[in-house]
Design a binder for this molecule. Structure first.
Ligand code: NAD
Length: 409
């Protein structure tokens, strides 16, 4: 690992990303198992880059701080320097962060997404042969979720039951807006759900562009608009508007159809009610390619989908704006395993694979995936997978990283 920033250069962004041969990439180690999985990820990425490009390219890693490590060093959970560094270098990667209890911050992850304007959470969910799964045919799961990251109830506008303000708000709703089904305003909490045209459209726009660039056949807008018409329902309408106005979509029986300008294939854009979607991704996962949805639906759906392919330990994620990208392990800090060299680093390693593709370093990304696929196929896995596999002894975090490197050809 190169930690000193010597010959490294900044990734630039004008109309698109421009990556030098020795880019400086900031990383946040993360709390709990962060100190186990982040060194494993750095080792695997460095090896993949070196296998792909020899000494012509290398990443110069720059550690930045958030969470407990930041608090111990600076007295702040999320220092401004960390936000500035991600904005400056455009691409960064992070381990999981503890949510400080009783602090002023609800969640460091949410704070990072909001401060950096990372409005998309992209979660590709695909199966790797050899990974234990509760599904009979987990190989049929290959779905990328585009979850809106900036609004919905995650924006955190909440009013506590019993507070004077809350009672006043509920009385106003009752009297001024004739909301007549608030049975007990004196002990009812309130959460505000915000869904805007702007945020819905930019999310769906990115999902459609992804479907075009990755030659996918189906984009599903997932919502609960049958119940929440002006938020979830509006998201669906605005999504279709983007398809029609910006991608020349034509009405067909089940939704709309876009012609992919790259290959002439049709992309079907449909909408699916959220509860039905949870059933269908279990029964017919092969019918789904790309899902675009709001924050809360996306939160539930991406973890449920991850379970279908072996769990959040192997599901990667990226938080994106038009310019900046923060790749992250999708699981938490797993305090039970912290510092024991036992945790599964796959989620963070596969997030790094997304990062390499985002940078246009697809040869290194391919090496990384090859190493991961062959390790898993050879049953060289960490203990969380091994305990569901007969006769398989689990590897430590570092030995698993070593196995991935060994399997890169
Ligand atoms: P968690 O993801 O840490 O753990 C859930 C379960 O999965 C536990 O049984 C854990 O041992 C297991 N697990 C998770 N990652 C694993 C891995 N890589 N290898 C093996 N097993 C793994 O969720 P939690 O317990 O709800 O949360 C713990 C802390 O993490 C909380 O402070 C929470 O706020 C935080 N958190 C952070 C993020 C993030 O940084 N993106 C996400 C979720 C939770």
């Amino acid at each position: 690992m190169v930690d000193s920033v010597e010959k490294g250069q900044q990734i630039q962004w004008t109309d698109s990303i421009s990556v030098p041969d020795f880019p400086i990439i900031p990383y946040i180690e993360g709390d709990g198992i962060g100190s186990d999985i982040t060194p494993a990820m750095l080792k695997v990425v460095n090896h993949a880059v070196s296998k792909a490009y020899g000494d012509k390219r290398a990443i110069e890693w720059k550690e930045i701080f958030a969470g407990q490590k930041a608090f111990d060093l600076t007295g702040e959970w999320l220092p401004q320097d960390t936000i500035d560094a991600i904005e400056k270098y455009h691409v960064a990667i992070k381990g999981p962060l503890t949510t400080p209890v009783g602090g002023g911050i609800r969640s460091l992850n949410v704070a990072l997404r909001q401060k950096l304007g990372l409005f998309i959470c992209q979660r590709p969910v695909q199966y790797f042969e050899g990974v234990p799964s509760p599904m009979m045919h987990p190989e049929k799961v290959d779905i990328t979720v585009f979850r809106e990251n900036s609004e919905d109830i995650y924006i955190g506008i909440e009013f506590k039951a019993g507070d004077t303000e809350t009672k006043r708000l509920l009385e106003t709703l009752k009297n001024q807006y004739a909301v007549d089904n608030i049975a007990r305003p004196e002990n009812t909490g309130v959460g505000v759900k915000l869904i805007s045209e702007h945020a819905s459209k930019r999310l769906v726009r990115q999902a459609l562009q992804y479907a075009i660039s990755q030659e996918k056949e189906h984009v599903a807008l997932v919502h609960k608009g049958n119940i929440m018409k002006y938020t979830e329902g509006a998201f669906c309408h605005w999504g279709y508007d983007v398809a029609v106005e910006e991608f020349a979509a034509k009405k067909v029986e089940w939704g709309y159809e876009i012609e992919n300008p790259n290959n002439g294939q049709k992309i079907l854009v449909t909408d699916v009610i959220a509860d039905a979607c949870f059933q269908q991704v279990l029964l017919k996962p092969e019918n789904f390619d790309v899902i675009a949805t709001m924050n809360l639906n996306g939160d539930y759906l991406s973890d449920a989908l991850a379970a279908q392919i072996g769990g959040i330990g192997i599901a990667p994620g990226a938080n994106l704006s038009d310019r900046d990208a923060l790749f992250e392990a999708t699981h938490g800090t797993a305090p039970l395993y912290a510092g024991k060299n036992l945790a599964n680093p796959s989620s963070l390693i596969l997030s790094a694979e997304m990062m390499l593709r985002h940078m246009g370093w697809s040869e290194a990304a391919d090496k990384l995936i090859q190493g991961m696929r062959l390790s898993l196929k050879a049953k060289e896995v960490t203990q969380d997978f091994a305990r569901h596999m007969e006769g398989v002894e689990g590897l430590s975090t570092s030995d698993f990283a070593q196995a991935i490197c060994r399997h890169m050809r």
